[in-house]
Structures are given as C-alpha cells and as structure tokens.
Design a protein around this ligand. Structure first.
Ligand code: GDP
Length: 286
C-alpha cells in the first residue's frame, strides 16, 4: 500500500538510542521520501516535513512523554493536519449522487455505499442513471440483489434525467438513495450537462466524486475539473489497495479543500471504509 515506508521511519525513532538533531533530520528525510514516493504533491510534502522539523527541533518534550514519543506525536499531528478532516455523512434521510470518470469504480462504489448504509439500519436504495455504459444496469442490479438492496433502473432508456425523476417517485419511502451516474473517459461537455441536469432533478444532499487512487497526482486536475463543473461535497477514493500512488488522491482532496468521505480498498463490496483521518494516520504509522 501507499505510504508503507512511514512505518519504517517511526521504527527508526523507536529504535534510536538518543534523539538529537541528526535523528530528526534523518527522519524528516525518510518521511519526505515516503510521501514523494506515494505521489503526494511536492508542495504538501514540503509543508508537512518543514512543520515536523521545526516542531521537533524547537518544542519542549511534554511531561509524561519521552523524547521518542514526543517526535512520533509531532509526526502524527502534522500528517493528520496535512490530511484534513473527513466527511461524515449523518445517518438520516438523504440522497447521494456519485460522479466520476468511467472506470473510476462508481458502480462498485454505489453498491459499497448502499451496503454501508443498509448495515447501519437505513432503508437504502440504488438508482442506475448510467445510460452510457451498457453493462452498468446489470452490474448494479446484480450487486443490489446480492445484498438485499432496492434497485431502480430502466434498462432501455437513454434518458438519465427522466430515470432519476421516476426513481425518486418510486423510492419515496427509502431513507438513503444513492444515484450512480454515467462517466466518460474525460470530462466532456455532454457529461457535465447531464450531471447538472441530474443534480437539478435529484437535489442531492451530497455530490460525491469517485476518484481512482491509481492515477496519483492526476487526481488533482480531475477533482478540480469536477468541482468547477458541478460542485463536489466529498471524495471517495477507490483502489487504494492496488497502488503505491494513493498519496496523490489524498493530496488532491487537500488541494481543492474537499473532505474525503470513504475509501475503497478492494473489488469486493465489503472492501470499503469510512475515511477516519485519525485512524488512518495511526495505521500509517504502525
Ligand atoms: P465505473 O465505470 O466507474 O462504474 O467502474 P466500476 O465500478 O465498474 O469499476 C471498475 C473496476 O474497478 C472494476 O473492475 C472494479 O472491480 C474495480 N474497483 C472498484 N473499486 C475498487 C477498489 O476499491 N479496489 C480495487 N482493487 N478495485 C476496484
């Protein structure tokens, strides 16, 4: 996984006999290398590592901590600051619209999200408004059936906006409605127009962008473009399991100031977790 090398930096601190300037500098270099390797934007790497260095060399060790714990605490806090807050979606009646490029993992993520909210006790339904990719309908229907989740779609229709309109009439009794929209290979005008129309009809509480972690720093450009086009409330990073470049998507979220809501960590519907920054950073550090 991305950022695995951070654990080694922490181990180095734990193993060291003394904590001095040389150790701090070495650790900061290790962290820089780990972040750059994980495709974190160079500017963010510099901000984070400068802050760690400055604090580690100037702050007094807090009572109750030894010098090693003190530095690890600083590393933890600065990485957490670098990641920012996660988006927590309250468990109440809501509509979520998923957007993203084709292949980003939208349809899989629609099912993952639905299962997540169903497991939390919400009456959950999914809507296939992806009329672009022919297999999307069957894929989502099958996934929904497997997990006992209500599904709405119109296999023969090409009118995504109408499908959403019909879906919302049918699904009035559901708490959580998740709409899977079409993607394209690029953010074309036609796709933007369709997203805007669907958003008008659906009036979603959350527009979440599905971003493939494997694209590394390109995530930033993609996220910005979607945000400018329709306004994004949160990001779901997919395929975090299969890439060493996941730092790029984390950086992208920070750069445009949009919180991360969930991460996908595998192909299975269960491979999905709410993005909890504190838990995430703790795990990165071992
Ligand atoms: P869509 O075109 O955006 O709807 O993408 P799909 O949902 O069809 O997903 C495209 C591919 O990515 C499929 O092969 C999925 O199994 C895979 N995928 C989606 N999310 C993840 C993830 O978190 N990890 C991994 N390894 N694969 C994923």
């Amino acid at each position: 996984m991305a950022l695995e090398a951070l654990k080694e930096a922490v181990r180095k601190i734990t193993r060291s006999a003394t904590v001095d300037k040389a150790l701090v500098e070495e650790i900061v270099k290790d962290i820089q290398r780990a972040l750059i390797k994980a495709d974190v934007n160079v500017r963010h790497v510099k901000e984070i590592s400068d802050a760690i260095k400055k604090r580690a060399l100037s702050e007094e060790v807090l009572e109750g901590l030894n010098p090693r714990e003190h530095i690890i605490k600083i590393v933890y806090e600065e990485l957490l600051k670098g990641i920012g807050e996660g988006l927590e979606i309250p468990l109440k009646k809501s509509k979520i619209m998923l957007v993203g490029l084709q292949g980003s993992g939208k349809t899989t993520t629609t099912a993952k999200l639905a299962k997540y909210f169903k497991d939390k006790g919400l009456r959950t339904a999914v809507v296939c408004a992806d009329t672009w990719r022919p297999a999307a309908y069957d894929q989502l229907k099958q996934l929904a059936e497997n997990y006992g989740i209500a599904f709405y779609g119109e296999r023969e229709s090409k009118d995504a906006v109408k499908i959403v309109e019909n879906a919302l009439k049918k699904l009035k009794d559901y708490d959580m409605i998740i709409i899977d929209t079409a993607g394209r290979h690029a953010l074309e005008k036609e796709l933007i127009d369709e997203m805007i129309e669907i958003a008008k009809v659906a009036n979603p509480d959350y527009k979440l962008l599905v971003l493939d972690a494997a694209i590394g720093q390109l995530a930033s450009k993609q996220a910005k473009a979607f945000h400018e086009a329709i306004g994004i409330d949160g990001i779901i990073i997919t395929k975090f399991d299969g890439t060493a470049k996941g730092g790029g998507a984390l950086s992208a979220a920070r750069e445009i100031g949009i919180p991360i809501a969930f991460i996908g960590t595998g192909e299975k519907v269960e491979d999905f977790e709410r993005f909890d920054p504190a838990g995430f950073v703790s795990r990165l550090l071992g």
